[in-house]
Design a protein around this ligand. Structure first.
Ligand SMILES: Nc1ncnc2c1ncn2[C@@H]1O[C@H](COP(=O)(O)OP(=O)(O)OP(=O)(O)O)[C@@H](O)[C@H]1O
Ligand SMILES: [Mg+2]
Length: 194
């Protein structure tokens, strides 16, 4: 299984579009894909006409059941929650706030048959806050769309710097090794030939 997070500090650069297209493409190739919507705007969830307020991904952070919905052949989705930002704020003082998704995946691997998925693709909101850090902590790779503008270019360094700081922060205190092993890839998006 590969876990890939789509993240960027800048909004509107194509995270959700890329997550959706990549997942749909993988599914058509015969891979089993699980989408996790970690953006409280819930755009990825809405792509599948799901408007759910119960058993959403928010429960992975605050306890309770999380639904995995099959939305079409080879594609399942854990719906996003409009309350995820307030759930994140409530976690502010928790020591393990950045590792809750990691713990949830481990605790539910057998129960929710997560081993059936070839890919887990996680769509994030434009920041490097608690939900995004949780996604990064479980991922093998981070794909960050980059658009051709000065602000887009600055956002590239912003994300790299924050990721490196996060890597240094989340370590095994005995071995000093980081739990954060994800590779960061930038993907040029919305390039107009001119
Ligand atoms: N390669 C592309 N070519 C043309 N339009 C694109 C491309 N990628 C994304 N878009 C368009 O850009 C807009 C923003 O894309 P999208 O919602 O995927 O960005 P996002 O990074 O997820 O935004 P947010 O930060 O709000 O979550 C959408 O209208 C989408 O259709
Ligand atoms: Mg989005």
């Amino acid at each position: 299984m590969k876990i890939i997070t789509f993240a960027a500090i800048k909004g509107g650069v194509g995270k959700t579009t890329l997550t959706f297209n990549y997942g749909e493409w993988l599914a058509r190739k015969g891979h089993k894909v699980l989408f996790i919507d970690l953006d409280h705007q819930c755009n990825l969830t809405q792509c599948y006409n799901i408007y759910e307020s119960q058993n959403t991904i928010a429960n992975a952070f605050k306890g309770g059941n999380v639904d995995i919905k099959q939305v079409k052949e080879n594609i399942s989705l854990i719906p996003g929650s409009v309350q995820l930002d307030s759930v994140e704020r409530d976690l502010e003082n928790s020591d393990k706030k950045n590792m809750l998704l990691y713990l949830w995946l481990e605790d539910n691997y057998e129960k929710k048959k997560l081993g059936q998925f070839d890919y887990i693709l996680i769509d994030c909101r434009p920041d490097f806050a608690t939900a995004t850090k949780n996604a990064v902590a479980v991922s093998h790779a981070i794909i960050s769309p980059l658009t051709p503008s000065e602000f887009g270019y600055n956002a590239k360094f912003n994300l790299s710097t924050r990721l490196e700081a996060f890597r240094k922060d989340v370590i095994d205190y005995r071995t000093r090794e980081s739990y954060i092993t994800a590779e960061l890839y930038f993907l040029a998006n919305m390039i107009r030939p001119n």
